[in-house]
Design a protein around this ligand. Structure first.
Ligand code: ADP
Ligand code: MG
Length: 361
């Protein structure tokens, strides 16, 4: 087992594109760290640098107290699980798991012990003689995990390992991966673009954007206090409502608290349909545009009377003037109906006008 520390890590690809612009992350021994962010933000690049599959342009990667920048992948004591599994199609499950160990010259008896133990943990014992094509997607993914487990590495690296699975299996495997990691207690770095996967798996969540870290921390702490509007709209689904504090309807409620041109954020679940105006909170008149009933709750999409002035657009964000409200149950207003929604002061998130800074009121 080992800690992993990234110190001011940078990556410029040949051609001059700067994919990683100075990243600092500290993963303690045994922790599960998740790198989350939109496609192209540099997650795989960073993970591949930890694995030794990409050269490091600047900074240091430290695994277990040893700087590994110049160390070959095979000597880093890591095991990586990829999205596409990368199994050998002509080899049995057993041989797929044994292959890497044989390459290292391990004795067959020890290999057998390790493969059988991994197969037991992953519930693959009955399938050791099958070829990958005779397995389901979920079983193939488990073989890929088994191949990493038998190595008994200091660190597991996962690059979107569940992306090829259907939604239901993805959730089941997510729970399995977490249980397994808790049991083995192996330091892990897991890459995903799926914020829900990230929230549920991480001890430490690293939210990335454009080759940089936006925020690092406990997932729920990040949900409760996003540091930037990017994080605010990326973490949580449906996304947080973000509005300029400039329009009169909001400014009058917030008073001067948000400054002249700040951004106010309100999570869909923090709005209630009500005629009351909570002191210091926000109340908005809306026209109901769409209703989505998803079973236990309902999403109400409304449009605001006033055009939103805000500048910085971030992924996952609602179009200007659109507000989403999340209410429990299935009872909802009718489309076209005029409603009023309100959020209490304690539920407001305030940000600077450029969205780069959270303001604690
Ligand atoms: N070998 C490469 N050469 C040049 N640019 C690359 C290379 N690999 C990735 N990139 C670029 O680096 C950025 C980050 O890529 P990547 O790490 O794969 O993102 P993610 O895994 O977050 O989707 C992207 O803009 C991508 O196009
Ligand atoms: Mg990737």
């Amino acid at each position: 087992m080992a800690n992993v520390t990234l110190r001011n890590v940078r990556k410029t690809y040949t051609g001059g594109f700067e994919a990683i612009k100075g990243v600092n992350v500290d993963v303690a021994d045994g922790q599960f760290c998740v790198l989350v962010g939109p496609s192209g933000c540099g997650k795989s690049t960073l993970l591949r640098m930890v694995a030794g599959l990409e050269t490091v342009t600047g900074g240091e990667i430290d695994i277990g107290g040893r700087v590994v920048n110049q160390i070959e992948p095979a000597d880093r004591d890591i095991a990586m699980v990829f999205q596409n599994y990368a199994l050998y199609p002509h080899m049995s499950v057993y041989n797929n798991m044994a292959y890497g160990l044989r390459n290292r010259g391990m004795a067959e008896a020890e290999i057998k012990t390790r493969v059988e133990e991994a197969a037991r943990v992953l519930e693959l014992s009955a399938m050791l003689e099958r070829k990958p094509r005779q397995l389901s997607g979920g079983q193939r993914q488990r073989v890929a995990m088994g191949r990493a487990i038998v190595r008994q590495p200091k660190v597991f690296l996962f690059d979107e390992p569940l992306s090829n699975l259907d939604a239901k299996l993805r959730i089941a495997m997510r729970v399995e991966i977490r249980k397994l990691q808790r049991r083995l207690n192996t330091t892990s770095i897991y890459v995903t673009h799926d914020q829900l996967e990230a929230m549920t798996l991480a001890d430490v969540l690293v939210v990335m954007n454009g080759g940089q870290v936006e925020q690092v921390g406990n997932p729920l702490a990040i949900y409760e206090k996003p540091a930037t509007t990017f994080v605010a709209s990326f973490i949580g689904a449906p996304p947080m409502n973000l509005m300029s504090t400039r329009p009169e309807e909001i400014k009058s409620q917030l008073g001067g608290a948000a400054g002249e041109a700040g951004i106010v954020g309100i999570r869909p679940e923090d709005f209630a349909i009500t005629d009351q105006t909570p002191a210091g909170g926000v109340a908005l008149p809306l026209t109901v545009e769409a209703i989505e009933r998803v079973g236990a709750e309902t999403f109400v999409y409304g449009s605001r009377e006033q055009e939103d002035q805000r500048v910085a657009a971030t992924p996952g964000e609602l179009p200007p003037g659109e507000v989403i409200v999340r209410i429990p149950g299935t009872e909802a207003p009718a489309i076209g109906q005029k409603i009023r929604v309100a959020a209490v002061r304690a539920k407001l998130h305030l940000f600077s006008g450029d969205g780069r800074k959270r303001i604690e009121a």
